[in-house]
Design a protein around this ligand. Structure first.
Ligand code: SAM
Length: 249
């Protein structure tokens, strides 16, 4: 897929991008060109995002790689325009990244970009995350896909025992954790915390909700349940509703 001429090109990379991405800067710039061009014309990102693609999108996502060990398997839920999944795959060629995205138009765009950039460490899967019963990875990432309680129901079942979910969130990260903690724990989530990543690279740093899943629960995850939530999830939800009611009183 050859990027066509565009009236609003990708701005030059900021100094932080050059320092942070090293040898991968050229490939990341080529990805940014796709975002600024067909990403906009195909409706995957808004035209007003182009001037801030580096800070708000590419670097905001690239800093997640600080939390990834060498050669890990990563699944990115709701990749959209490859954020953060493609950014992670480009920044860290040692990783294998599976992009999970249900919308055909977006999947086609992602596949074309991967072909054009010759990315051999990416698999694109057209599916809703909750229907991906045969995926098992070390890390599940996501950005701007769903609230934490819903998102954890989609993400945690994709993890191997001992794996972790990394959800990029905005300033509401801690509030969402407080609200969803019971749901997360009912799904086997442990060591739930909000991390601030990328100080000195992006401003503000990226807020990431990190949740680990323990061995026992990973194997008996409610993922396979077809209809709605598990009894423990329902109990957690009732507790949360009760807590919210008490707060209102
Ligand atoms: C607001 S977009 C965010 C895209 C990208 N992560 C970003 O930060 O720009 C949400 C994406 O999640 C996808 N999505 C919605 N429900 C999903 C599900 N159940 N499983 C996987 N992806 C889903 C949508 O198709 C959409 O591409």
């Amino acid at each position: 897929m050859k990027p066509r001429d565009t009236s609003e090109p990708l701005p030059p990379p900021p100094a932080a991008a050059e320092a942070y991405l090293g040898d991968q800067l050229g490939l990341m710039t080529a990805f940014g060109d796709h975002l600024a061009d067909t990403g906009v014309s195909h409706g995957l990102i808004g035209p007003r995002e182009v001037p801030r693609l580096w800070d708000r999108h590419i670097l905001n996502c690239a800093v997640v790689t600080e939390l990834l060990a060498p050669e890990e398997r990563v699944a990115d839920v709701g990749s959209g325009a490859g954020l953060p999944g493609l950014v992670i795959a480009i920044a860290r060629p040692d990783l294998h990244v599976t992009l999970i995205e249900p919308l055909l138009r977006r999947v086609t765009w992602l596949e074309n970009v991967c072909d054009d950039l010759h990315l051999s460490n990416v698999t694109v899967v057209r599916s809703r995350a909750e229907q991906c019963t045969d995926i098992e990875v070390d890390v599940v990432t996501s950005r701007a896909v769903a609230r934490l309680d819903t998102l954890s129901g989609w993400s945690l079942p994709l993890l191997r025992a001992g794996g972790r979910m990394l959800a990029l969130k905005g300033s509401s990260a801690q509030e969402e954790v407080d609200e969803a903690r019971a749901d997360l724990e009912a799904l086997g989530g442990r060591r739930i915390e909000v991390l601030s990543v990328g100080a000195g690279v992006v401003d503000p740093p990226t807020a990431i909700v990190r949740v680990e899943i323990d061995e026992r629960v990973a194997r008996t995850s409610p993922k396979k349940k077809k209809n709605g939530s598990s009894p423990s999830r329902r109990a957690a939800r009732r507790k949360r509703q009760q807590r919210n009611e008490n707060r209102r009183k």
